[in-house]
Design a protein. Structure first.
Length: 216
């Protein structure tokens, strides 16, 4: 696959779902990819990238941001509170807001800076013990808590269990978002982004289908 093929497939899926062209944001997930592959996608003009580790992103993106204008970085992996400050310096959106302590830390830092990037609450739709995210039953309460802290919530994010049909998980995420008045849905990866778009995804996070298999 290539960037242009993925973009075409996204447009087809938008059209099939009766959604305006360009309404879905493609986050190119560049974690653990060889630099030459990421540079090729930057050269093609793409500017929205996803990383799942603060440290890895901090090591490689400042150089690219100096060379390419308008790069937007989305944090899609777990965030430790002791990295929150660094994450706010580096990222333009955070998709992994998943617990009260992190919400309080982000709120404090946002107050200090007078700014906060858009946030997505991660929901553990499959209630998997090893996975980050609030449980579906706790989502409404946690969203209220975040709003009480004045955090700029853009939407919800999920990573469905690998072995399951993702559609029910995408539907569940959409329902939780709708009843909480949230418009953003960060869902869909290389194997299921078209299904996610059919079910309302506003942000798809696609890595290996664009860049190829990851190293390390
Ligand atoms: C790695 C990752 C992706 C991209 O996965 P692919 O299967 O390579 O598209 C998407 N979302 C999250 C949270 C990830 O960690």
């Amino acid at each position: 696959m290539s960037l242009s093929q993925i973009t075409r497939r996204i447009h087809t899926a938008e059209e099939a779902a009766g959604r305006p062209p360009g309404s879905v944001c493609l986050i190119a997930v560049s974690k653990l990819q060889p630099p030459e592959r990421v540079e090729a996608v930057l050269e093609e003009g793409h500017r929205i990238f996803g990383e799942n580790r603060v440290q890895e992103a901090a090591g490689k993106w400042p150089d690219w941001q100096a060379r390419f204008d308008g790069v937007a970085l989305h944090l899609i992996g777990p965030l430790q509170t002791n990295k929150a400050r660094q994450a706010l310096d580096l990222f333009d959106a955070i998709h992994s807001l998943d617990r009260p302590k992190l919400a309080r830390t982000l709120a404090r830092l946002a107050q200090e800076r007078g700014a906060c990037p858009p946030l997505f609450v991660q929901v553990n739709t499959g209630a998997e013990p090893q996975k980050a995210g609030v449980l579906p039953g706790d989502a409404d309460g946690f969203i209220k808590e975040c709003r009480a802290l004045d955090l700029p919530l853009e939407g919800l994010m999920c990573i469905p269990p690998v072995e399951e049909d993702p559609a029910p998980h995408f539907r569940l995420l959409g329902e939780i978002a709708a009843r909480n008045g949230l418009s953003g849905l960060s869902m869909g990866m290389s194997d299921d982004f078209e299904t996610a778009i059919a079910l309302g995804a506003t942000h798809v996070r696609v890595g290996s289908a664009i860049f190829g298999a990851r190293g390390g």
